[in-house]
Design a protein around this ligand. Structure first.
Ligand SMILES: Cc1cc2nc3c(=O)[nH]c(=O)nc-3n(C[C@H](O)[C@H](O)[C@H](O)COP(=O)(O)OP(=O)(O)OC[C@H]3O[C@@H](n4cnc5c(N)ncnc54)[C@H](O)[C@@H]3O)c2cc1C
Length: 395
């Protein structure tokens, strides 16, 4: 309630609660934050070297964090889409982009298609144990010869009686080494254009599934990234996920949720980096002053804060539309594009403000800088987002 007194000075400490979040969301936020800071963050350094253990999924399953928006009948918490945003935001407090990504692939990329397109049996077999953290999921779209051009994938599934035989390869697959099952994008009719793709749920211990090498990468070191081969892998007809020939549309739907969750992670990650750097700028002195008091540095903070806030508003407004039944592909693409670029700019400026310390491992800023860079590539590159946005205007 506005009062005359309250109008005398700007209230910079005002609670920044957005209208999409209720008190229940804030309680959820508190409980996820408490878990993440107590049980995950202390291991961030160690897991950069070893990748994080599978037990993280079981623990998060026990706590109910892997099924926040799924119905209770499948072991979920029955929440709305905003609960997933809260999870993505709070996971950034684990100080490890790779861990946050490994969990997000499970919760917001691989399992949503099982829930939306899966048969009741598939939900029981895959979704229920995924929500409990007993089965780990991965998602296989990208191939050595086709990433942005999803329709260019070559992995083939050919019908043989009551079975399908799958041959092909997938690359850069997050959780690919640890996963129990994969949501696999295949081509079932090479002559049918966009109607020639079909999704399958494949057990990763099926004969013919080969987990080739673990891929070395710039950042996200605590996650595992796999090159996978599928050699005459036989799956029953019931392993088909969704409709035959509609896999391309199914996976495009999946990508929208993935991009929005990624955008929420970018905003929260940028904010975290900003907060740490603000603290540093009040502690570090040069020429007898706190570095934050130099106008050049103060303006960097002002710029960063403005961009972070713009990204946050974009994500929340778009999430509101998504939650309310719209399919706002253009705005999701804009949010993904903007927040990925913004988060890379912010982490770069934060590194700069740290000076030499920013380049040193001990401050964690260099890791954030490396991890953040993936967001301009994964789940659709900047260039692909620009193309989706441009085409949405009929161009
Ligand atoms: C760490 C990591 C984890 C990943 N996890 C997964 C995962 O779990 N599952 C999965 O399926 N994939 C995953 N990916 C793959 C990721 O989604 C792809 O790397 C991404 O979609 C880009 O595909 P690409 O690497 O083949 O690049 P390419 O498609 O070869 O693109 C190369 C360059 O060309 C540009 N380009 C391509 N097409 C166009 C165009 N039409 N117009 C303008 N420019 C264009 C691109 O923007 C890019 O700059 C992961 C990638 C990484 C790095």
């Amino acid at each position: 309630m506005a009062t005359a007194d309250a109008m005398l000075k700007p209230d910079h400490a005002a609670r920044r609660k957005h209208f999409i979040f209720t008190e229940e969301h804030e309680q959820l936020r508190e409980s996820i934050r408490s878990f993440v800071t107590k049980e995950l963050a202390p291991h961030a350094e160690e897991w950069e070297e070893t990748t994080f253990p599978d037990s993280v999924f079981r623990r998060m399953g026990e706590l109910g964090f892997l099924g926040l928006s799924y119905p209770e009948e499948y072991g979920g918490e029955g929440g709305d889409y905003y609960c997933n945003l809260v999870l993505a935001e709070e996971m950034t407090n684990c100080n490890s982009g790779g861990l946050a990504m490994g969990v997000a692939v499970h919760t917001d990329m691989a399992s949503p298609p099982v829930f939306l397109f899966g048969s009741e049996e598939q939900k029981q077999q895959y979704l229920v144990p995924a929500i409990r953290g007993e089965k780990i999921a991965c998602l296989g779209i990208t191939e050595p010869d086709a990433g942005s051009d999803v329709a260019g994938i070559k992995t083939r599934a050919v019908r043989d009686g009551d079975e399908w035989i799958i041959n092909g390869s997938k690359t850069y697959i997050t959780n690919g080494h640890r996963a129990d099952f994969i949501v696999l994008v295949t081509k079932t009719d090479p002559d049918a254009g966009y109607d020639g793709f079909t999704l399958f749920l494949v057990d990763m211990d099926s004969p013919g599934v080969i987990r080739e090498k673990k891929l070395e990468k710039l950042g996200m070191h605590s996650s595992d990234t796999a090159l996978l081969a599928f050699q005459d892998v036989r799956v029953p007809h019931e392993a088909m996920l969704g409709q035959e020939g509609k896999g391309f549309y199914h996976i495009m739907w999946e990508l929208q949720g993935e991009r929005l969750i990624g955008a929420a992670g970018c905003v929260a990650g940028a904010q975290k980096c900003f907060d740490r750097t603000l603290q540093y700028a009040t502690e570090r002195t040069a020429f007898g002053r706190q570095i934050g008091k130099f106008q050049a540095i103060r303006h960097k903070f002002a710029d960063m804060a403005t961009k972070i806030e713009a990204g946050r508003q974009m994500v929340y407004t778009t999430a509101w539309r998504f939650q309310n039944g719209e399919y706002p592909v253009r705005e999701i693409s804009m949010a993904k594009l903007y927040t990925a670029r913004m988060a890379c700019e912010v982490t770069d400026e934060c590194l700069q403000i740290h000076g030499g310390a920013g380049y040193m491992k001990e401050y964690g800023i260099e890791r954030a800088w490396r991890d953040m860079r993936l967001n301009r590539i994964g789940a659709g590159t900047d260039e692909v987002m620009l193309d989706v946005i441009g085409r949405s205007y009929g161009l």
